[in-house]
Design a protein around this ligand. Structure first.
Ligand SMILES: CC(C)(COP(=O)(O)OP(=O)(O)OC[C@H]1O[C@@H](n2cnc3c(N)ncnc32)[C@H](O)[C@@H]1OP(=O)(O)O)[C@@H](O)C(=O)NCCC(=O)NCCS
Length: 151
């Protein structure tokens, strides 16, 4: 059910993200941004419908971010979110990346997968580029969490 995103998934990914971006749970992403980044996205498909998505973005030699994680409300609570994050962790491991992080309000969800809270100051300045698109910038109230996946 999980697969790499294809270009034809971009609009469905956009729609999923729009619905949660309105509530400030994920950063809004334009369709053109999604096209540019499509190779970083995974989707969860059921009956030819995309009901979940996630994006793994490499930030630095030892660091990648799990972002744009969204599962359609009607399919929440079935383990889809966890599996979307885990496929990102597998890919990061294959790439030789040591640490994966997320900025999130869903602390309990990420904690169940093994992420721990960290100080935002531990993250490189480079990652804040996208945050400037956020209405809350620079008063970010999300929690930074990370998981060390390689020694
Ligand atoms: C957060 C989100 C991705 C979780 O997806 P999901 O498919 O419902 O989560 P899962 O079913 O895989 O849950 C995995 C575990 O986390 C727990 N969990 C999920 N959401 C939780 C929450 N909000 N609070 C506490 N625990 C949560 C589940 O109970 C489950 O625990 P278990 O392994 O003991 O059974 C989904 O709710 C969502 O898209 N939310 C809106 C967008 C969002 O906030 N995205 C995150 C941006 S960083």
């Amino acid at each position: 059910m999980i697969r790499k995103a294809r270009i034809a998934d971009a609009r469905a990914i956009h729609q999923l993200l729009v619905s949660y971006a309105r509530d400030g749970l994920v950063l809004p992403r334009s369709l053109s941004d999604i096209y540019e980044e499509i190779r970083n996205f995974y989707v969860w498909e059921e009956e030819e419908t995309v009901v979940g998505t996630v994006c793994l973005q490499v930030c630095w030699e030892d660091l990648a971010e799990v972002r744009s994680l969204a599962v359609a409300a009607e399919t929440e609570g079935r383990g889809i979110g966890r599996q979307l994050v885990e496929v990102c962790l597998d890919e990061a491991k294959d790439l030789g990346i040591k640490r994966v992080f997320a900025l999130t309000y869903k602390v309990a969800f990420f904690a169940k997968i093994g992420f721990v809270e960290i100080e935002k100051s531990q993250l490189p300045h480079k990652i804040w580029g996208d945050c400037m698109k956020c209405a809350k910038f620079p008063e970010c109230d999300e929690t930074a969490m990370s998981l060390d996946i390689l020694p």
